[in-house]
Write a protein that binds this ligand. Structure first.
Ligand SMILES: *[C@@H]1O[C@H](CO)[C@@H](O)[C@H](O)[C@H]1NC(C)=O
Ligand SMILES: *[C@@H]1O[C@H](CO)[C@@H](O)[C@H](O)[C@H]1NC(C)=O
Ligand SMILES: *[C@@H]1O[C@H](CO)[C@@H](O)[C@H](O)[C@H]1NC(C)=O
Length: 442
């Protein structure tokens, strides 16, 4: 099957899936009390027969208030208040020997519901009604947000609805995606540059220096591919910068996820050295030719070849080149000033950091991880450093140095998709695994 028809097939499958979701939402409405039908229908008579527009919104979908609900049970697509409102049937009074009350809501014996990331059920424990819940650590927890915001830690935390209801483990498994950086990055050579550290400016931002040459922030979704996204974004920036804007390109992260599969785990993580080696040997195509799917998918282009062999339509942007975009060997940057010197001369660099739970809640400020979270699981994540600066401490007025970094969790997260983190102290190992690259421009 050719790449194009595959993409079409995928597109129509997505369409179908979306339709199925809307028509047959089998969402669990247990525990939701409303009012739903009661908000729309004044009299206690709702709609006769099946009427598709006899519905009201409920948690991202619709529930129905028509006659078809008469013979239905609550967990189908009927509104939770159908029976009580449209039929005037009162909910049975809770039986105190069997039914549970939790956060002011009644759950009948056997009812299941979700409390943040944990599944709960009203059961019996020692013959008494009890709500039994899983005990996973959740990615977003009110206590975590409060403890950060009360701590005066120099940054603010918030609740992200995208992350709410997920476990910490899911966050670490699916929102990061960089495998053992020490094994990967220490294999690379470091470079020596001659420069005077005292001449480096106090602040620098690639977006100001190279404005439109810097790729925007992406969203990896629930696909642990920061290894691929940070790699193609740093490479894309450098193609634009080194060609002085002639080769402005958004390279394809999906190309890496799907085709750089030897020893790599696609949406379950990857090694940076293998990503760079693949790009050095075979090159990559751009995002338009190999668009983002955000999932593991069979490689649908040749490993070797020209851009036109990859099944990408010949376009204007290829008038300059028909070779895939290739790079020289990636190199390591040893310390803070070496990293700064590299950024100011060649553009953004790739860095890997250790992510603790509190980082998911970052909203603004200069991030420093809280030791409180060192006892929980953590993971490695790759990001793109685009600059640095200083800011007076709110406590004693002394300047606090920071890196400015592009994350890959969309623009809703952090400071417009970016974050700042303490600089010069190897915070979260951010200065341990920093890489630069040469783009092979035409
Ligand atoms: C509900 O079920 C009864 C019989 O059990 C039937 O007579 C009635 O027509 C059904 N109503 C609807 C709306 O399906
Ligand atoms: C976080 O956001 C979700 C979804 O918007 C919401 O349901 C939840 O109550 C919020 N949690 C906190 C702690 O504010
Ligand atoms: C980093 O290393 C270079 C030599 O490679 C040295 O000149 C510079 O002072 C070092 N910077 C820091 C912050 O240690």
């Amino acid at each position: 099957m050719s790449g194009v028809s595959n993409a079409k097939l995928w597109g129509s499958m997505m369409g179908l899936a979306a339709v199925l979701l809307v028509c047959h939402a089998r969402t669990d409405f247990t525990g939701l009390t409303g009012p739903y039908c009661a908000t729309r229908y004044r009299e206690r008579v709702c709609c006769a027969g099946r009427q598709d527009d006899c519905s009201v919104p409920i948690i991202g979908t619709l529930c129905y208030c028509d006659d078809f609900c008469r013979n239905r049970t609550r967990d189908e697509d009927c509104c939770p208040d159908y029976a009580s409102f449209c039929q005037g049937i009162e909910e049975p009074a809770p039986n105190e020997n069997r039914d549970c009350v939790h956060n002011g809501k009644v759950y009948y014996y056997g009812n299941k519901f979700k409390n943040n990331c944990n599944n709960c059920k009203c059961s019996l424990l020692d013959d008494k009604p009890a709500v039994l819940c899983e005990e996973n650590r959740c990615l977003m927890e009110q206590e975590v947000i409060d403890s950060i915001n009360l701590q005066n830690s120099g940054w603010m935390a918030r609740n992200y609805s995208e992350f709410w209801g997920r476990t910490l483990n899911e966050g670490l498994k699916l929102r990061l995606g960089t495998l053992n950086p020490s094994q990967s990055v220490y294999r690379m050579n470091s470079v020596r540059r001659i420069y005077n550290p005292d001449e480096l400016p106090v602040a620098f931002d690639c977006r100001i220096r190279w404005s439109s040459d810097i790729t925007p922030v992406h969203d990896q979704g629930w696909c642990a591919a920061s290894w691929a996204i940070s790699t193609v974004d740093v490479a894309s920036d450098r193609f634009a910068i080194m060609s002085k804007g002639v080769e402005k390109v958004q390279l394809s992260a999906q190309h890496l996820i799907s085709c750089n599969n030897r020893g790599q785990l696609a949406c379950n993580g990857g090694y940076l050295d293998r990503a760079w080696l693949f790009m050095r040997k075979f090159g990559l195509t751009d995002d338009e030719c190999y668009p983002w799917l955000g999932k593991n998918d069979k490689c649908r282009i040749l490993r070797k070849g020209k851009l036109t062999d990859f099944g990408c339509k010949k376009r204007n942007s290829y008038s300059l080149r028909n070779e895939p975009y290739k790079v020289g060997p990636a190199y390591r940057l040893g310390n803070e000033t070496d990293i700064m010197q590299e950024i100011i001369t060649s553009g953004p660099v790739q860095a890997t950091m250790r992510v603790y739970q509190d980082f998911f809640n970052y909203e603004s400020g200069i991030y420093v991880h809280s030791p409180l979270f060192e006892c929980y699981q953590s993971g490695y994540h790759s990001v793109r450093i685009i600059g640095w600066g200083e800011q007076p401490s709110p406590i004693n007025g002394k300047p606090i140095k920071f890196w400015r970094i592009a994350n890959s969790w969309g623009r809703e997260w952090g400071e417009d998709g970016f974050f700042r983190i303490l600089r010069g102290t190897n915070e979260c190992e951010i200065e341990s695994f920093v890489l630069g690259i040469w783009a092979k421009t035409v």
